[in-house]
Write a protein that binds this ligand. Structure first.
Ligand code: ATP
Length: 141
């Protein structure tokens, strides 16, 4: 089975949507392998979002992600990476399809698309890298 890193971002935690996100993940049939709530620091977030360094939204994104606790979850299941991205919906919550986490629960609060409730790894390579960053002690699958 494949693993992916899911984050409930600070907006999701503040709005009380942790249970709703996890309910959708579990209802889909995926397994929660590890779970932790923490407030991430700039070092972790800089590494997590290294591919976006230098982009105009990088600073605001890291600042937002450090603004409160996130819930980090390792999710496992057949094709879980693609499956969770499908559950999450497209990046911009205004245009994300109804039925998805971002489409059902998110909207543009006047802060571009930075606050979009969740993160999910986008490839097996990113998943391995991100799981290593957030859960350095976790035994490999
Ligand atoms: P994630 O990787 O978090 O699941 P994603 O793959 O849909 O999201 P990416 O393009 O990888 O989106 O961007 C990572 C995150 O950066 C987005 O989820 C969003 O929070 C933020 N972001 C992306 N593009 C913009 C933008 N143009 N303006 C502001 N924030 C952005």
């Amino acid at each position: 089975a494949e693993r992916t890193l899911v984050l409930v971002k600070p907006d999701g935690v503040r709005r009380g949507l942790v249970g709703e996100v996890l309910r959708r993940v579990e209802s889909k049939g995926y397994t929660l392998v590890a779970l932790e709530m923490r407030t991430a620091d700039g070092e972790l977030l800089g590494a997590h979002y290294a591919e976006h360094e230098g982009k105009p939204f990088f600073g605001p994104l890291v600042e937002f992600m450090a603004s409160g606790p996130v819930v980090a979850v390792v999710v496992e299941g057949h094709r879980a990476i693609e499956g969770f991205r499908s559950l999450a919906g497209s990046t911009d919550p205004t245009s994300a399809a109804p039925g998805t986490i971002r489409g059902d629960l998110g909207r543009d609060w006047g802060v571009a698309v930075t606050q979009n409730l969740v993160h999910g790894s986008d490839s097996p390579e990113s998943a391995a890298r991100e799981i290593g960053l957030w859960f350095p002690g976790l035994a490999p699958a």
